[in-house]
Every structure is written in C-alpha cells, then in structure tokens.
Design a protein around this ligand. Structure first.
Ligand code: NAD
Ligand code: ZN
Ligand code: ZN
Length: 235
C-alpha cells in the first residue's frame, strides 16, 4: 500500500521523537535507550543515528529507531508495524499466506453445542508452490498437506460475524503461513497461522471440534490480535 516509502519512512510515520530517553533498556536489542542501538545487522547503515529513539504514537512504548527499522525489515514489509511489547498494530497488518481459495456454504445440520442453528462450512484450498521473498526460504518449494481443509462455524449471529472477519483475514493473507508444522515437524509447508479453526464436525477427537463454548470468543480475540475487528472493518 505504501510502496515507494523506505522502511525508515514507514516506521517514522508511527513514531514520536524522544529527546530525552528514559533510563530503560530497549526490549528489542536489550541495550540502554539512552545509548546507541545494539543492532549490528544489515539494512540500517546510512540511516538515522544509532542513538535515535522513538515512541510509538498509540501505545507509548519506546525503542531505538534502528531497532524498529531492523524489525520491520525482518517482516514482510507491508507498511504496517506491530509493537513487540503490547502487540498494538500500526497500519494494516498482512501475512504471507500463499495463493489459494476460500469458499463457504451452509449445511443443514447442527454442531454439538449449537442445537438451534445450522452450520457454516468453510473450505480452504491451497496448492503447493514455490516460496516468495516473504517466506522463510525464497525460491524453495513448499508443500501443502491435508487440503482441502474443512472448518465449521455455527450459523448463528456470532458465527456469521466470525465468518465475515475470517474473510477479511483471508484477504489479508493471515489464515495460513509457510513454516514448520508443529503437528508433523515438516518444514517448508503450509501451516495454520494464529487464528484457531474447528476442523471436526460431529466429534472432538483431536481437540479441534465441538462442543467448545468459548470458541467464537477466542477466535474474535485472535482476530483482534491480527488487527481485525468489526468496528475497524466497517470504517
Ligand atoms: P501446526 O501443526 O503447526 O499447528 C498450528 C496451529 O493449528 C496450532 O494452533 C494447532 O493447535 C492448530 N491445529 C493443529 N491441528 C489442527 C487441526 N487438525 N484442526 C485445526 N487446527 C489444528 O499446523 P498444521 O500443520 O497446519 O496443522 C496440522 C493439521 O493440518 C493436521 O492435524 C491436519 O488436519 C492437517 N494436516 C494434514 C496432513 C495430511 O497429510 N493429511 C498433513 C499435515 C497437516
Ligand atoms: Zn534497541
Ligand atoms: Zn506497545
């Protein structure tokens, strides 16, 4: 979205300048805020002084400017920044989900724990491919196991709200990621990102099934941590 801006310009958009840094450490590099950034890697040479400190405008957390720029460069450089301390998101966070399809429809059966409504079935399909620059090993293939993956939500008011927000999460490439599966240990494969899905319909053998009274509220919290809320999507 913010193409043409340098990483330093993107980061500075969200910062207020701090003239007298407090006697605290920068939690990115663990060095004193009053001294220079401890970051030694590439990408920050030639930009602002190592002593520059900024305060994130909304949450107030302070870091060396060079540390924030280094953190931004390590991510997918989408114009957004997330405070590493409190997770406040500046701009619109996007992920690195590979290309694929998200579909859904209503099926005329009830989920355990939701006897009064039908069920929304979401079908995700992502084929294997080659990793892009935003992935852990650019140019290397990635696998995609267990697709199509079927997921279930109650077709209730709250379930439909979760669906609407999941559609936004899909567009922002936040439902899946490429990495190492904690279930199978396989690397360079498509994995669930930080938003939990229920993949069992009538049973709960894996723990990813119903009933689970807290599920929809948990998912709403997880979506919020990715910057996705109904308020924000309506505006
Ligand atoms: P992962 O194992 O790295 O886990 C990431 C997150 O997804 C965790 O929060 C975990 O709790 C959740 N998760 C794990 N298994 C889940 C499931 N069955 N349903 C819903 N959420 C689940 O991520 P991953 O490798 O994408 O997930 C593993 C699941 O993916 C497997 O259980 C299976 O459903 C599917 N899979 C299938 C094959 C296959 O060959 N059929 C291979 C790999 C993965
Ligand atoms: Zn620092
Ligand atoms: Zn913060």
């Amino acid at each position: 979205a913010r193409k043409g801006k340098t990483p330093e310009e993107v980061v500075k958009r969200y910062l207020q300048k701090v003239r007298n840094p407090p006697e605290e450490d920068c939690t990115i590099c663990m060095e004193a805020l009053a001294g220079p950034s401890g970051y030694k890697g590439p990408g920050v040479g030639g930009i602002s002084r190592a002593e520059s400190v900024g305060r994130l405008a909304q949450c107030g957390h302070q870091y060396h400017l060079q540390c924030l720029v280094a953190m931004y460069n390590n991510g997918n450089k989408d114009g957004s920044l997330q405070c590493p301390t409190c997770k406040t998101i500046y701009g619109v966070k996007t992920g690195n989900q590979p290309p694929g399809k998200m579909e859904y429809h209503v099926i005329p059966h009830s989920l355990p724990g939701h006897p009064d409504c039908k069920t929304i079935r979401i079908i995700y399909n992502i084929p294997p491919g080659i990793q892009g620059p935003e992935h852990p090993n650019p140019g290397k293939p990635f696998t995609a196991r267990g697709f199509p993956r079927h997921c279930y939500l109650p077709d209730s008011e709250k379930g439909r709200k979760v669906l609407r927000l999941l559609l936004v999460a899909w567009d922002r490439r936040l439902i899946f990621s490429v990495g190492t599966s904690s279930t199978t240990g396989e690397s360079d494969t498509v994995i669930w990102n930080e938003v939990h899905h229920k993949t069992e319909f009538g049973s709960n053998l894996t723990g990813h099934g119903y009933p689970d009274p807290g599920h929809l509220d948990n998912v709403l919290e997880e979506l919020k941590a990715q910057g996705i809320t109904e308020e924000e999507c309506l505006s």
